[in-house]
Write a protein that binds this ligand. Structure first.
Ligand code: CU
Length: 371
């Protein structure tokens, strides 16, 4: 009800309802006291006002034990009750469950940098799964910030030189605002972002697609190590189909058939490349049967699944091109002069336009910089 009235932000974490209940209780209690005092002041002012003529005699009252006991014990019980109530909520919020997902947050003028344990990095975005406790470990690179997610009723000062912890358990999918709630300089008001609460399966997919050290990245390393990139490059040297955006598409085969590029197709094409040859290409791929175990295959398939437009690594003479800096701000562009000659390609092989860029797997390049 209150969310609809915008009196309080949406409740999207397990603790939000408890915090709101305490807050509303305090509001009602203090409101009732303030109202009672106001009514009595006005009532007494009218009742005991100075009237023309007869001045009523004022009785001398010397105290009342039962009233004193009453106004001492009743507020004491109420205030101790509030203390116990609040302390319970505080202790809950101060003690992350052991099974909490641990995510690292670094505040910096004027952005939030997020790091997931599997290596995923984000700026001003925090992806978390629905229903799972999430423990944040926070620190600052410069001044004091404050990580505030109103919808979670989660707010913690983020200090340079030390780690702070806060945890929450999202109860609703959606995007919820992150604010910096500690004035931290010129663009303090622009230091904000979103928590994206995803269904657990979506979150797992998100993790796998974006991680360093994820299945997809492990697959990428294999892809380079096994020299797949020699033929499956995205430039004019390509001797095999480009694999970008392949997963889930229909692929036309020699002989007029078509096949859906799913996990099984990719697996078969790695282990038995001659089984289904793509229309327009020569059956020149060697088998990798015996060279890869199932885990390797899963990694390679995860990498191919994650491969979006322009994300094929650029081939170098080394197996592994240099990994971009830990927090890249722009894709590393290959100068046009690096376009490789086309001498090895046979005329029957389909040519693909050169893609003059080298990028990490989808999502590894962070989106935002400082405002
Ligand atoms: Cu700040």
């Amino acid at each position: 009800m209150f969310a609809q009235m915008s009196f309080l932000p949406e409740q999207a974490s397990a603790v939000a309802g408890k915090v709101d209940a305490l807050f509303l209780f305090l509001l009602a209690l203090t409101g009732a006291v303030a109202l009672g005092v106001t009514v009595l002041i006005i009532g007494f002012a009218i009742r005991y006002r100075r009237r023309p003529g007869a001045e009523p005699a004022t009785p001398r009252i010397m105290g009342s034990t039962w009233m004193e006991v009453l106004w001492s014990t009743v507020p004491m019980v109420i205030f101790v009750g509030i203390f116990v109530w609040g302390a319970q909520i505080y202790l809950t919020m101060a003690q992350p469950p052991d099974d909490a997902l641990e995510i690292y947050v670094v505040g910096k003028q004027w952005m939030w940098k997020i790091q997931h344990p599997q290596g995923q990095r984000e700026i001003n975005e925090l992806h978390v799964p629905l229903g799972r406790p999430v423990k944040l470990t926070l620190t600052s690179e410069d001044v004091i910030h404050d990580f505030f997610v109103p919808a979670f009723r989660t707010k913690i000062d983020v200090l340079p030189g030390r780690y702070e912890h806060v945890w929450f358990q999202p109860t609703k999918t959606g995007r919820y605002r992150i604010y910096c709630a500690q004035y931290c300089g010129t663009n303090h008001s622009g230091m904000k972002g979103y928590v994206d609460v995803m269904e657990p399966a979506d979150f797992d997919a998100w993790l796998n697609n974006r991680a360093e050290g994820s299945l997809a990245l492990e697959g990428r390393k294999l892809f380079l190590k096994l020299q797949c990139i020699t033929c499956h490059s995205a430039n004019s040297r390509a001797k095999a189909p480009v694999l970008e955006n392949l997963y889930g598409q229909m692929v036309s085969l020699r002989g007029g058939q078509a096949v859906l590029a799913d996990d099984n197709y990719l697996r078969e094409s790695i282990l038995a490349p001659q089984a289904k040859v793509v229309l327009g290409w020569e059956p020149i791929m060697p088998t990798f049967q015996g060279q890869l175990d199932e885990e390797d295959l899963i990694k390679l398939i995860a990498f191919i699944k994650s491969l979006g437009p322009g994300q094929t690594p650029v081939r170098t003479e080394d197996a592994e091109p240099p990994i971009a800096p830990s927090i890249p701000t722009s894709p590393l562009l290959l100068p046009p002069g690096n376009a490789l000659p086309n001498s090895e390609s046979s005329p029957t092989i389909r040519q693909t336009p050169a893609v003059p860029s080298y990028t990490l797997p989808r999502g590894a390049v962070e989106k935002a910089g400082p405002p």
